[in-house]
Write a protein that binds this ligand. Structure first.
Ligand code: 2PG
Ligand code: MG
Length: 424
């Protein structure tokens, strides 16, 4: 007999930055309990689903700087839970119920942190009911495709107190023939970066929000040159075996229609900023560039796409915010060719999957991504695999909230049910 839902509850727990976040627990009639904690961003796009916090309300807890989430938790306990009791844990059904409870596009009433926690806990419970891993539950037959990791080496922007204008310099080990080999290369590059950074007089024992090194290079070009040298220093070929990916997170330094570079002390129009980026693409072995322009600077994205010097992944994160309507606009206008998929930007598992499927249908590359505020959960690794996303971005190789996801992918590789292919 299929297990049914006997209890649903929410509670406030802490994320990897020590900030409150929402956790949902679902109990099934077989006594099993399925728990999910939702992540939280720092460079949050304006068009993301609403992360409901108690800010400015009477509930706001003083010692959490008003960032407590008791209202979102109460929505799970009081509004969502009663509608789920007795049902089988089926994500499509539960997501529909939550849409009926809160039809606002950004989940403003219930809070996307409440809806996503319940949606993911339902997914977990559903996989359990089918005696499958989440990855296998999402793709019941055939080999599962492990994602190519995109791994943070240097952090700047909102994740490292502005050490660099741009938010991340990452590496993609696309020449590796297995996931474990890919990870071993990246760990070596990360270690080389720490060692070489220290030799150059920088502090490298302190890490940024996602476990990357917050080295304050004078420019993005210098940061890329450094990472390319680190790749070569471990005996790998930059541009062939391992290439650079950037998350510019340009929305963060877009002010009054201008890109304001703290590194150079200069201000750029969209066209000038585009030229800066094209020069950077000429100088360094970069194969992927995320959020090169601000979230609503659509014209700049479109024009940039027509000027690319070679095949480069142009990734929309704040641009698309895992939102179907924004992706549709991007496909129509040819604003990008890749999308970051963050379930908490969307708020529901099923509509996150719809966005990913729509992107794939338009030949967009898809990168399932963690947030800068994370938990020890590993569901992200499973959905990236079960949805054949192609790539995954989890931060660096430091911090248990990051390694939990890498380790889950190693476990999936170990299961012999997977293949690893190069999406580039
Ligand atoms: C991003 C993410 C993850 P945040 O911009 O891609 O690196 O950062 O979660 O802070 O939005
Ligand atoms: Mg980003």
């Amino acid at each position: 007999m299929t297990a049914t839902i006997t209890n649903v509850s929410g509670l406030q727990v802490l994320d990897s930055r020590g900030r409150p976040t929402v956790c949902a627990l679902i109990t099934l009639s077989d006594q099993s309990v399925h728990k999910v904690t939702v992540p939280s961003g720092a460079s949050t796009g304006r068009h993301e689903a609403l992360e409901l916090r108690d800010t400015n309300s009477q509930r706001a807890e003083k010692f959490y700087s008003g960032k407590s989430v008791s209202l979102a938790v109460s929505h799970i306990n009081e509004l969502i839970a009663p509608t789920m009791i007795g049902l089988v844990p089926d994500v499509a059904t539960i997501d529909q119920i939550m849409i009926q409870l809160d039809p606002t596009p950004r989940h403003e009433k219930l809070g996307a942190n409440a809806t996503l926690a319940v949606s993911l806990a339902t997914l977990k419970a559903g996989a359990h009911s089918h005696r499958q891993s989440i990855a296998r539950y999402l793709q019941p037959t055939g080999k599962l495709q492990l994602p190519m990791p995109m791994v943070n080496i240097l952090s700047g922007g909102a994740h490292a107190n502005g050490a660099l204008d741009i938010q991340d310099v990452l590496v993609i080990p696309h020449g590796a023939t297995s996931f474990s080999q890919a990870l071993s290369w990246v760990v070596a590059i990360r270690e080389s970066a720490a060692k070489r950074g220290a030799e150059q007089g920088f502090t490298t024992n302190l890490v940024a929000d996602e476990g990357g090194l917050g080295i304050p290079f004078a420019s993005s070009a210098k940061a890329c040159e450094f990472v390319a040298q680190c790749i070569e220093s471990v005996g790998l070929t930059a541009g062939h075996e391992v290439s650079i990916a950037l998350d510019i997170a340009a929305t963060q330094f877009f002010n009054d229609g201008q890109y304001v570079s703290r590194n150079s002390g200069k201000t750029f129009t969209s066209e000038q900023w585009s030229q800066q980026l094209l020069e950077l693409l000429d100088q360094a072995p970069i194969i992927s560039i995320e959020d090169p322009f601000a979230e609503d600077d659509w014209a700049a994205w479109k024009s940039f796409m027509t000027q690319l010097p070679r095949s480069i992944a142009v990734v929309g994160d704040d641009l698309f915010t895992t939102n179907a309507a924004r992706l549709a606009q991007g496909i129509q206008e040819k604003s990008a060719n890749s999308i970051l998929i963050k379930p908490n930007q969307n708020g529901l598992v099923s509509s996150t999957f719809d966005v990913l499927s729509r992107a794939k249908m338009s030949n967009f590359a898809t990168i399932v991504s963690a947030r800068s505020g994370e938990s020890e959960d590993t569901w992200l690794a499973d959905i990236a695999t079960g949805w054949s996303a192609g790539q995954i971005k989890v931060g660096s190789t430091h911090g248990s909230e990051r390694t939990a996801k890498w380790n889950r992918l190693l476990e999936l590789e170990h299961s012999d049910e997977t293949v690893f292919t190069n999406p580039f």
